[in-house]
Design a protein around this ligand. Structure first.
Ligand code: FAD
Length: 286
């Protein structure tokens, strides 16, 4: 049970907004892209900047709260929202800085690929993102990220130069090939397992939603039948961003044994209590 005084104090420290049950915007704030997800978090923190992200991680840890991190809110599992815990909602942080000379872009975690491309087009530039413009940049990149130009320019994560990340102990770290390089390896494909990401810097590239819930059963049945029928033609590999709630087996299918081992070692180092577990979860072993 959350102490009212602690929540009130936390609220006064935030630059962004704390939303709770009963607030006018609570229902709108807990909705994610998959309309079948219907979860009721205790707190939703719409972070305005890095201080809010650090404060939210510390508050969650100190109060033993289940943590969901929200970027674009498009993961079909609904891992961006939880019951009773805290949603660290980064979707309002939409800043970006384009450097056309260095050909890099720094993005905040609330941007979608469509919003990013809108600004890149002014410079006649593009990025290797997803096929669909409304997905969030962070979730897609952390799990790999493939789209229109993947064959020529690689996955979104292949174009990532660095990330700023708040780890479970509230530290703010930059991960790149020269700083915290173990973490940089882990975030490129390891999903949101290691912390909440504040900024992502990329290389430039020169260059169905179901409307009616009543149809869900029929649509799911059709999709499963289609999936079964396609099996003989599919590679026996799993893309971590397209997995659902299949449990530990999916992690085994998505990562080779030696990669899994490295990811577990990183998890043990950066998030030994599994604070960040609403994702395709790499379980710590410490
Ligand atoms: C309509 C649709 C189209 C899609 N198209 C593609 C496609 O073309 N290519 C492709 O590769 N994938 C695609 N996907 C899958 C997509 O990559 C994943 O669903 C991805 O997780 C979405 O990212 P998000 O930020 O919107 O999601 P969210 O639901 O906000 O986040 C998903 C998870 O990522 C982690 N996360 C998100 N933001 C952060 C952050 N800032 N810091 C730490 N962890 C974070 C959290 O664990 C979170 O639970 C599509 C999905 C949908 C629904």
């Amino acid at each position: 049970m959350l102490a009212e005084k602690a929540v009130e104090e936390f609220k006064t420290r935030l630059r962004g907004k704390l939303i709770r049950r009963g607030d006018e915007d609570y229902n709108e704030a807990r909705i994610v892209f998959n309309a079948m997800i219907d979860r009721y978090p205790a707190l939703i923190i719409r972070c305005a900047g890095v201080a809010d992200v650090i404060d939210s991680v510390n508050f969650a840890r100190d109060n033993n709260l289940l943590v969901a991190v929200r970027g674009g809110g498009h993961n079909v599992t609904g891992s961006a929202v939880c019951n009773d815990g805290i949603v660290i909602d980064l979707s309002q942080m939409k800043g970006m800085r384009v450097d056309p000379v260095a050909r890099t872009i720094q993005t905040e975690p609330g941007l979608t690929w469509g919003e990013l491309n809108h600004d890149l087009q002014v410079f006649e530039l593009g990025a290797s993102g997803g096929f669909v413009s409304i997905t969030g940049i962070p979730g897609l990149t952390l799990g790999g990220g493939f789209g229109w130009v993947v064959r020529k320019h690689g996955l979104a994560m292949d174009n990532l130069l660095s990330v700023d990340i708040v780890t479970a102990d509230g530290r703010f770290l930059t991960a790149s090939s020269s700083q915290n390089s173990d973490l940089f390896w882990g975030v490129r494909g390891g999903g949101g397992n290691f912390g909440a990401h504040r900024d992502l810097t990329y290389n430039f590239l020169v260059t169905s939603e179901w409307a009616d819930r009543a149809d869900s059963e029929r649509n799911i049945r059709w999709t499963r039948q289609f999936w079964e029928a396609m099996q003989p033609f599919l590679a026996k590999a799993v893309y971590v961003n397209y997995t659902s709630d299949e449990g530990d087996d999916v992690i085994k299918a998505a990562y080779a044994a030696n990669v899994r081992e490295r990811l577990v070692a990183l998890k043990n180092k950066y998030d030994p209590t599994n604070l960040f577990r609403l994702n395709q979860n790499i379980k710590p072993t410490v």
